[in-house]
Design a binder for this molecule. Structure first.
Ligand code: GDP
Length: 439
């Protein structure tokens, strides 16, 4: 089992994080002064990850005179033992001189480091996170150990650095975690037919009449050695026969599917594309921050294929600016054509959704983008964007730091989002942008 060490100066919240991860308050072994309480260990299950965690927080109660040296030794030992290091700072306090010796130890060790900006509940403490970039330990992950916020991002970060783990229910030939994919669309768009074709068996009911009763389910599949979990929403047509009721059902079922998925395939009937319901689903994909691929089903019924494809790709760009560049893939579930292309689009959009871009590259982009098109002055004062970084992935989320950013017009932030999308090739995913203004 891999070992992860929690490192940082006193009071940044290491114990709270330890307790949060281990899931229960570990009784201290002994409370008498002088007894070794230097280190706690626990076993953690976070998502599908399992690891041992080492904490050096017990030292904080040690006598002040001996503290520095012992804490240093303990920290060195923990780092030496660990496969990865969680270096914790207090995002509210910002970076203090006391953080530096620990940062130095971490930096010197040749181990993967995850920089955690703790006490950032409710988005607080971004100023501290900003300062933390200066440590040169990568992008800080904001979290609140006390409130349990940001644990998903911590999981993502750990996943990227810990050695691959044997998962008991790992299928042979499968690679990593299954990719969660939902196929959504209007009744009769051909979802069940497509899923049946993917799975290669008649597991689902298919019928021309809307209203066949079936529950939403998730199905395990494998595409080119990659494990996929398919969620299908044939439930969207469940029981409903009256139009407005159908629409309501479609939205709630669609929402469930969208929340389940990492990549959402909106399956359009190419003979009647882009109906209101399809656009509603795309809005859900955007608001839920998922990746989007458009499937044009029943392509076998289309006479002028090149003409329609061109038309629909234009329409997609116009109608779906939130997820600009989403792949539009013609296919036929019935004939089993285009499924490979669809899955290529799904996996590559998933990759974009998960992508991490280095802070150096983002700041390079920032200087070019603001030179090409400088931010407008607001009430006579120049708006200055000093710094940018990616704070999250899934979907890509960037933060800008500077003066008076709240006053930036929407048109300008839109320009920045489009420019980010182009510069880093981020098609088919929502892009989030946060503005952090300092006085
Ligand atoms: P769902 O409600 O979205 O699950 O749609 P179904 O899979 O039940 O399909 C509805 C109807 O469309 C059925 O009659 C299918 O045979 C038909 N259909 C599905 N995919 C295709 C396709 O690629 N081409 C053609 N021509 N018909 C299709």
């Amino acid at each position: 089992m891999p070992i992860v060490a929690i490192v940082g100066r006193p009071n940044v919240g290491k114990s709270t994080l330890f307790n949060r991860l281990v899931g229960r308050k570990l009784a201290l072994v002994d409370d008498r002064p002088g007894v070794t309480r230097d280190r706690r260990e626990g076993e953690v299950r976070l998502g599908h990850l399992r690891f041992r965690i080492l904490d050096t927080a017990g030292l904080e109660e040690a006598e002040a005179d001996s503290l520095a040296g012992r804490m240093r030794a303990q920290t060195e030992a923990a780092i030496a033992e660990a496969d990865a290091v969680l270096f914790v700072i207090d995002a509210r306090a910002g970076l203090l001189p006391a953080d530096q010796p620990f940062a130095e130890l971490v930096r010197r060790a040749d181990k993967p480091v995850i920089l955690l900006a703790n006490k950032a509940e409710g988005g607080a403490g971004m100023a501290g996170a900003y300062e933390a970039f200066a440590l040169g330990l990568g992008d800080p992950v904001p979290l609140s150990a006390e409130h349990g916020e940001g644990m998903g991002d911590l999981l993502d970060a750990l996943e990227a650095v810990l050695p691959e783990q044997d998962d008991d229910d790992d299928e042979e030939g499968g690679e990593g975690k299954p990719l969660k994919v939902a196929i959504v669309g209007r009744p009769n768009a051909g979802k069940s037919t497509l899923i049946n074709r993917m799975l290669g068996e008649d597991r689902l009911l298919v019928g021309p009449e809307a209203g066949i009763t079936r529950d939403s389910i998730s199905l395990d599949w494998e595409w080119r050695g990659r494990r996929i979990k398919l969620h299908d929403t044939a439930g969207m047509r469940r029981r409903a026969r009256i139009d407005d009721k159908l629409e309501k059902l479609a939205v709630s079922d669609g929402l469930r599917a969208v929340r389940f998925a990492e990549v959402v395939v909106v399956l359009l009937d190419a003979t009647i594309p882009f109906e209101k319901q399809d656009l509603t689903i795309v809005d859900l994909v955007e608001s839920e921050g998922r990746a989007l691929v458009m499937g044009l089903n029943k392509w076998d019924l289309v006479a002028d294929q090149p003409g329609l494809l061109k038309d629909l790709r234009e329409k997609a760009t116009r109608l779906l600016p939130q997820v600009r560049g989403a792949a539009v893939v013609p296919l036929s579930g019935l004939a089993g054509e285009g499924i490979d292309k669809l899955m290529h689009a799904v996996t590559s959009t998933a990759e974009v959704w998960n992508r991490r871009i280095s802070t150096a590259k983002i700041n390079q982009w920032l200087s070019e983008a603001t030179q090409a098109n400088p931010p407008p002055a607001v009430s006579g004062r120049r708006v200055k964007i000093r710094y940018a970084t990616q704070v999250k992935s899934r979907p890509p989320h960037f933060a800008l730091f500077g003066n008076q950013l709240d006053a930036l017009p929407k048109s300008y932030t839109r320009y920045l989002v489009n420019s980010l999308r182009e510069a880093f090739e981020l098609p088919g995913v929502p892009i989030r942008l946060s503005l952090r203004t300092s006085k």
